[in-house]
Design a protein around this ligand. Structure first.
Ligand SMILES: Nc1ncnc2c1ncn2[C@@H]1O[C@H](COP(=O)(O)OP(=O)(O)OP(=O)(O)O)[C@@H](O)[C@H]1O
Length: 562
């Protein structure tokens, strides 16, 4: 097991040990049941007084009952431990996502990320219940059985030990060599397939319109073929493992029979113990048989853990650390509208590409500024810098003179609110979507915010009012209603600076103008930075223009907005 695997399991060691103990007890009871039964049948054939058999009869009953009870306990405790490990991994991962999003996740595709968060995390469950527990239980039971059989007939004990080593160690190693690439490729191939399917679902209308569905279908078919081939190779090695295990079982039983019979003939073993020596390996192999499959699952689970480790190892996009008391005291709180500044800021989402270069921008308290520029100039990047989704690689962003890098991101976003271009509406009610802005808001406050975004009459006209469901991505609403609802949510946050990224996008000119007018009115004394490329929306705003991306590369410094 790798150190990262051990680290994942660490929080549940106590419960895992208990589960191993119960599992070993259950497996031991199963083996003992076979062994004692074999002895009992043989001994009974000699018609001894019934009292000579009483202990064995009670032992058979105890083993039969104990096996069920201990097995139940193993399942209960083992799954409890597994779910605790799973919860720990999930929480750690979500905490990491919180730190990384959005800039640190730029290198991950969404469907792939979803696959990592779902299927790869679930692999942890397999690791505990189908790898660790079977191996630990089989090792303990196998060792005890080898010792008992070996004490009776050393050669039979040795044969059992060799057969168990073949099943539990040699076969998995051989399988690993044979299916190394296949097992490791399964998780990434599944993720690739998920990404392609999500692409297909999202792009279906366009592909149908262009009659190019074959493009994605071919890609899906190719991925599917590779996944099938990897699964087939993986299944073939699993089948081979099962065959070798069956052979090893047969060999151990045969060796037990031959060596046992020789021992009986030599007078070294009472005849009634021969059945025990011969049949016990069968019971042991029932416990050892799943080991090759467990080892194979370990290979898949390890690939999944590696994919999770990639998320943990992704570099943090923002400088983190505790906020100093001086910064906490200096940063604006309450209703005061602060000043925001970008000073010669250069920023990049990925190390190889600068998104904005040497940008200066001042947003005095209460300012109304329109940030314009051609597509790709970096307007949304400036917004991301102002809400500390991204830190500059050069220059600095300040809030009332305090460098944003010294203020935790969520504290910045209490003051600076952001309405992204594609503001997300959750598939729930209007009220629940609004309360993301202010969880404790009363219905009256929600209605007030809707009123500021000019949606109050519409909401009042709905049969379910605030409890109306907005549908997936807010699809039950019109484009304008979606934007206004997102604006109402932003207004609820109490942020004193509002960054609005293309709020009129995809709306007709008249609707867009009406929306901008309404939001500027709703903004009151707050600072507003409106990102737009529509000159129709500029009325009454001071314009700050970003040059094109090509222009920034050629001309390093941009001075504007003072
Ligand atoms: N979340 C992100 N992850 C990675 N790169 C990004 C991200 N957002 C923007 N970029 C990159 O930063 C550069 C500037 O893009 P940005 O979206 O800031 O420009 P823009 O002026 O807002 O464009 P548009 O008007 O088309 O929305 C582009 O090269 C873009 O690919």
């Amino acid at each position: 097991m790798t150190t990262s695997t051990l680290r994942v399991l660490r929080p549940a060691w106590g419960r895992l040990s208990l589960a191993v103990l119960a599992g070993t007890g259950a497996a031991g009871a199963a083996v003992a049941l076979t062994a004692v039964s074999a002895w009992l049948i043989s001994r009974a054939a000699l018609h001894p007084p019934i009292l000579h058999l009483m202990v064995a009869i009670v032992a058979v009953r105890a083993c039969g009952l104990g096996r069920g009870v201990l097995r139940y306990l193993e399942r209960l405790i083992g799954h409890d431990a597994a779910f605790r490990v799973l919860a720990g991994v999930r929480i750690a991962l979500y905490r990491r996502l919180e730190v990384l999003a959005p800039a640190g996740l730029a290198g991950f595709r969404r469907a792939d990320l979803a696959q990592r968060l779902a299927a790869d995390v679930d692999a942890v469950l397999d690791l505990v219940t189908r790898v660790l527990l079977p191996y630990a239980v089989a090792a303990a039971t196998g060792l005890a059985s080898v010792l008992v059989i070996g004490a009776l007939v050393p050669v039979a004990g040795l044969a059992l030990a060799v057969a168990l080593l073949v099943t539990g160690v040699a076969v998995p190693l051989l399988q690993r060599v044979a299916a190394r690439r296949a097992d490791g490729a399964l998780a990434p191939l599944r993720a690739g397939l998920a990404t392609a399917v999500v692409d297909l679902v999202h792009g279906l209308p366009d592909l149908l319109a262009y009659q190019r569905i074959d493009v994605l279908r071919d890609r899906l078919a190719d991925l599917d073929a590779r996944l099938t081939s990897a699964s087939r190779r993986s299944a073939a090695t699993a089948g081979l493992g099962a065959a070798v295990t069956t052979l090893a079982t047969g060999a151990a039983v045969l060796a037990g029979l031959l060596a046992g019979a020789a021992a009986v003939r030599a007078g070294d073993l009472p005849g009634e113990l021969l059945a025990l020596v011969v049949l016990t390996p069968l019971a042991v192999f029932e416990i050892a048989a799943p080991l090759p499959a467990a080892a194979q699952r370990y290979a898949t689970a390890r690939a999944s853990l590696c994919r999770l480790a990639e998320i943990s190892a992704a570099p943090e996009p923002l400088r983190s650390g505790p906020e100093s008391p001086a910064t906490a005291a200096a940063r604006p709180t309450g209703n005061r509208v602060p000043e925001l500044r970008l000073e010669r800021v250069t920023a990049a989402w990925t190390p190889d590409r600068v998104a904005v270069r040497d940008v200066d921008l001042v947003l005095p308290p209460g300012a109304r500024v329109a940030l314009t520029g051609p597509s790709g100039a970096g307007k949304s990047t400036v917004a991301a810098l102002l809400v500390r989704f991204l830190d500059p690689v050069a220059g600095r962003v300040t809030l009332d003179g305090v460098d944003l890098r010294d203020i935790p991101g969520d504290r910045v976003r209490e003051v600076v609110g952001y309405l992204p271009e594609d503001a997300y509406l959750f598939d729930t009610t209007i009220a629940a979507n609004l309360r993301i802005g202010r969880p404790a808001a009363t219905d009256a406050e929600l209605l007030d915010a809707l009123g500021q975004a000019r949606l109050r009459d519409w909401a009042a006209s709905l049969p379910d009012g605030l409890q109306t469901l907005v549908g997936e991505h807010g699809m039950a609403l019109s484009g304008g209603q979606r934007r206004r609802l997102a604006l109402a949510r932003l207004l609820l946050t109490g942020a004193r600076v509002l960054i609005l990224d293309e709020p009129g996008e995809h709306l007709d000119d008249a609707t867009a103008r009406a929306l901008i007018r309404d939001l500027l009115t709703a903004a009151g004394d707050r600072t507003v930075l409106l990102i737009t490329h529509r000159t129709a929306e500029l009325a009454g705003l001071r314009e700050v223009k970003l040059p094109s991306a090509a222009g920034q590369a050629g001309r390093p410094a941009l001075r504007s907005g003072r």
